[in-house]
Ligand binder design. Structure first.
Ligand SMILES: Cc1cc2nc3c(=O)[nH]c(=O)nc-3n(C[C@H](O)[C@H](O)[C@H](O)COP(=O)(O)OP(=O)(O)OC[C@H]3O[C@@H](n4cnc5c(N)ncnc54)[C@H](O)[C@@H]3O)c2cc1C
Ligand SMILES: NC(=O)C1=CN([C@@H]2O[C@H](COP(=O)(O)OP(=O)(O)OC[C@H]3O[C@@H](n4cnc5c(N)ncnc54)[C@H](OP(=O)(O)O)[C@@H]3O)[C@@H](O)[C@H]2O)C=CC1
Length: 451
């Protein structure tokens, strides 16, 4: 492959999702006179727009799919190659693309994302949702569906059961409460009425959900969708009719029930897209199949970095941070990987970025603003923690996780206006023992309290 090299770039980034684009922008701007390449399988790239720093650590932004020419116009040293990488030779520092071209690199960053981990492979009645194509396929199939089964209890399932209209949705959940990847049972309880509310009934007179609490028995192309992916696409089925007794597919659950449906959405997590890079190389993989990266986003292969959903952060984490497959983390990792690659080339030292100090995520579920901070579900704390909860039905749910009298995490649902104060309390690790439950007393203006 070495002899066929068409061109050698100083930096090559693989993947036009948010991690890859952020990384390549960082490198192209810092090294304006060096050749940089972005190799991506899809025709479009993802761009961060309307970036807003909500507080010291919380950020919000929109993500837009754009033609890649937008990037090439912005950076004259950037070349975009539209083809999938089919193999990598780390010992000769080159990649081969599906269209047979070979490119050399000095430093490479793999940002190839992840793909849905489907319940069953190659069953035409089981769909995953990841990119624009799969979302469109879902929309098309939904338009003629009377009943679907959604399997999984994470972000995608939460969004779907709320957004789908005029179609019976059977949500198969193996946990005791909904939304296990984001919420505890208390928060889940707070959110449940939103699924049964009058507002929904008015918009979708035929919408019905049925919950079950047992799981059923039993090629990545574009970038992952992101915030508000369902806005602007009609997620509407056909009005449910009486069960005719004949469905395209049947799902048997471990609680013994069987449901027929038009199709099944497998919202059961993702697997990192690593295959094209593994053969012939010695990448260390984490338990989740991601490329292991150290605190400089470096994989176990020399001059190869990784960022976003494809990688697993294997440095010793801050006690207040954990990795999740999220838009924000893809951006932060892509940006930091670019800076680490630059520091390496310039032989400059670089410290782990402060964004990895505290986990923070702002999103929306069931039309509520949701802010998650630190060890929001007491992850890894065992019994060594206490919880304070304040809840006003239909308005807000506030949960604080304390360990040794110090705040280590929080879940804020609704317009609580507490995120900045709590973020500061978590970061400064102040001993809050003296305040006890007063911490969540709604009659106290907590901001003034700690100023
Ligand atoms: C339906 C849905 C809703 C979501 N909602 C949210 C949300 O509200 N908030 C949030 O924070 N996160 C959300 N996420 C998660 C978020 O989208 C991902 O964590 C994030 O997009 C990961 O970015 P990435 O750049 O690592 O990977 P991706 O966006 O998956 O990009 C990977 C890129 O690599 C390219 N690629 C793959 N293989 C190759 C190859 N061999 N050669 C060349 N190119 C390749 C792909 O074409 C793509 O351009 C959602 C995800 C989904 C699926
Ligand atoms: N607003 C947001 O922030 C959103 C973020 N996302 C992100 O996009 C990515 C993909 O989302 P999603 O697919 O929902 O993945 P998630 O990882 O969020 O959730 C997967 C869910 O499926 C469950 N599960 C896994 N295997 C099975 C099985 N065999 N049977 C039944 N249930 C199973 C998991 O349970 P268990 O945990 O017990 O394994 C978990 O509840 C995630 O990284 C997610 O964080 C997606 C949508 C919205």
């Amino acid at each position: 492959m070495e002899s066929k090299k068409e061109k050698t770039f100083k930096f090559v980034v693989v993947g036009g999702g948010i991690a890859g684009v952020t990384c390549v922008e960082q490198l192209s701007s810092q090294f304006a006179s060096e050749d940089v390449a972005l190799i991506t399988a899809g025709p479009h790239i993802k761009a961060v727009t309307n970036y807003k720093q909500v507080s010291r650590r919380l950020e919000e932004f929109d993500v837009e799919e754009k033609p890649s020419s937008v990037l090439e116009e912005k950076y004259s040293n950037l070349t975009i190659i539209h083809s999938a990488v089919k193999s990598l030779r780390t010992h000769t520092h080159c990649v081969e693309t599906a269209d047979g071209r070979v490119f050399g690199y000095e430093k490479l960053c793999i940002c190839s994302g992840a793909r849905p981990k489907l319940l069953t492979q190659e069953n035409p009645h089981v769909l995953g949702i990841r990119d624009t194509d799969s979302a469109q396929e879902f929309q098309k199939r939904l338009s003629t569906a009377k009943r679907i089964v959604v399997v999984g209890n994470g972000g995608i399932a939460l969004e779907l059961v709320y957004e789908v209209r005029r179609c019976e949705v059977i949500w198969a959940v193996k946990d005791k409460a909904i939304g296990n990847t984001f919420f505890d049972a208390g928060a889940a309880q707070f959110l449940i009425p939103s699924l049964e509310g009058d507002k929904e009934q008015a918009a979708a007179p035929c919408k019905r959900q049925r919950f079950t609490t047992e799981e059923p028995a039993p090629d990545a192309s574009g970038s992952a969708l992101g915030p508000d992916w369902h806005r602007g696409i009609e997620l509407q089925g056909q009005t449910p009719k009486p069960d005719t007794g004949s469905w395209p597919v049947y799902v048997q659950l471990t609680n013994g029930e069987t449901f027929g449906c038009d199709f099944v959405v497998s919202a059961t997590g993702v697997v990192p897209n690593t295959e094209p890079f593994l053969h012939g190389n010695n990448f260390l993989l984490a338990d989740d199949g991601g490329l292991q990266v150290d605190d400089h986003m470096m994989t176990s292969e020399p001059d190869v970095y990784a960022a976003g959903d494809v990688c697993s952060a294997c440095w010793e984490h801050s006690p207040l941070w954990q990795q999740m497959g999220l838009w924000t983390q893809a951006r932060q990792m892509g940006w930091y990987a670019g800076r680490c690659m630059a520091a390496d080339v310039l032989s400059e030292p670089i410290d782990l970025d402060f964004c990895f100090e505290l986990f923070s995520h702002v999103t929306k579920f069931f039309n509520y603003k949701v802010v998650l901070l630190g060890k929001f579900n007491a992850q890894g704390l065992g019994s060594n923690h206490e919880l304070l909860v304040r809840c006003t039905k239909g308005q807000e749910y506030v949960k604080v996780v304390l360990s040794g009298g110090r705040m280590v995490g929080a879940v804020l649902i609704g317009e609580t206006d507490l995120e900045e104060t709590f973020e500061n309390l978590i970061l400064n690790q102040m001993d809050l023992t003296a305040y006890g439950e007063e911490l969540l007393n709604p009659d106290i203006d907590i901001e003034d309290y700690f100023d």
